[in-house]
Design a protein around this ligand. Structure first.
Ligand SMILES: [Fe+2]
Ligand SMILES: [Fe+2]
Length: 269
């Protein structure tokens, strides 16, 4: 029994949908989905209807795209309400979300608690010389602006930063109540360390890539493997003895169409 991971399926793209349908079966294995399945409830339903037929267990956390709201679509939920709707869709498919009891993976001598989290970002992945509150202005000076600024509506919170803080506080309380001696696999759409939130071609995009509030959790809660996406730059790095896996599939121009989706599944355990 293995655990695989992938993120950023971006199913608004028909080539990505086709690759998903053609994915092989892994009937004994778990799959981690680390966000950005798509933008709509239909994208999530489609992904889960396919993947729950192919894997034994699915563990999900949303990405920024999953939480977007198109303002022209009056029926589309916003912010926390949209998140809760996505959680309820996951529950219909028996999929584990950041709101559920954390599943335990146990195989031979291996034991992990698998922890999906939603923590968003608070612009704290900014360089030290950028003053708090001026991050978006600073990034846009270089022509970089994340579509979240228009499409990620943080209701009922007054800002994404406040939503992020609330999520971190909720997550930290839950983590504090778990047995620290058991190793953890932590799943977030975002990297858990500031140093991993850098995109060298668009360095100022880092402000939309996580929060420094998660950094201390790695040691504090005995995290051995951190799984994330969002950057669309696949990597596997070890930092201070902890493995950090960026598992993005990405937009159609970011994967090799002569390979199938299976090639991009990362074996985590
Ligand atoms: Fe993405
Ligand atoms: Fe993302």
């Amino acid at each position: 029994m293995s655990i695989y991971a992938i993120s950023d399926l971006h199913l608004a793209n028909s080539d990505n949908c086709k690759a998903l349908i053609e994915l092989s079966h892994f009937d004994d294995d778990w799959l981690i989905l680390a966000g950005d399945i798509g933008e709509t409830e239909e994208h999530l339903r489609f992904a889960l209807s396919v993947l729950t037929q192919k894997f034994k267990k699915i563990v999900w956390t949303p990405g920024n795209h999953d939480l977007w709201t198109y303002r022209f679509n009056k029926s589309m939920l916003k912010g926390e309400n949209k998140y809760q709707r996505l959680v309820s869709i996951c529950h219909k498919y028996g999929v584990t979300t950041p709101e559920d009891e954390y599943p335990v993976y146990s195989d031979k001598e291996l034991l992990y608690i698998v922890i999906p989290i939603l923590t968003l970002y608070d612009y704290s992945f900014r360089p030290d010389f950028v003053k708090e509150g001026t991050e978006v202005e600073w990034a846009s000076e270089s022509g970089v602006i994340c579509a979240d600024e228009d499409l990620l509506i943080p209701e009922p919170y007054s800002s994404i930063k406040d939503w992020c803080r609330a999520r971190c506080s909720y997550t930290e309380q839950r983590l504090a109540s778990i047995d620290k001696s058991i190793p953890k696999i932590m799943i977030n759409h975002y990297p858990l360390l500031k140093e991993l939130g850098k995109i060298y071609t668009y360095p100022r995009f880092s402000i939309w890539c996580g929060t420094t509030l998660t950094e201390k959790w790695l040691d504090l809660f005995n995290v051995k493997i951190a799984v994330y996406g969002h950057l669309h730059i696949r990597s596997s790095k070890i930092v201070n003895g902890i493995k950090h896996e960026e598992v993005s599939f990405g937009y159609p121009n970011q994967w090799d169409h002569s390979k199938d989706m299976q090639y991009y599944l990362r074996k985590i355990v």
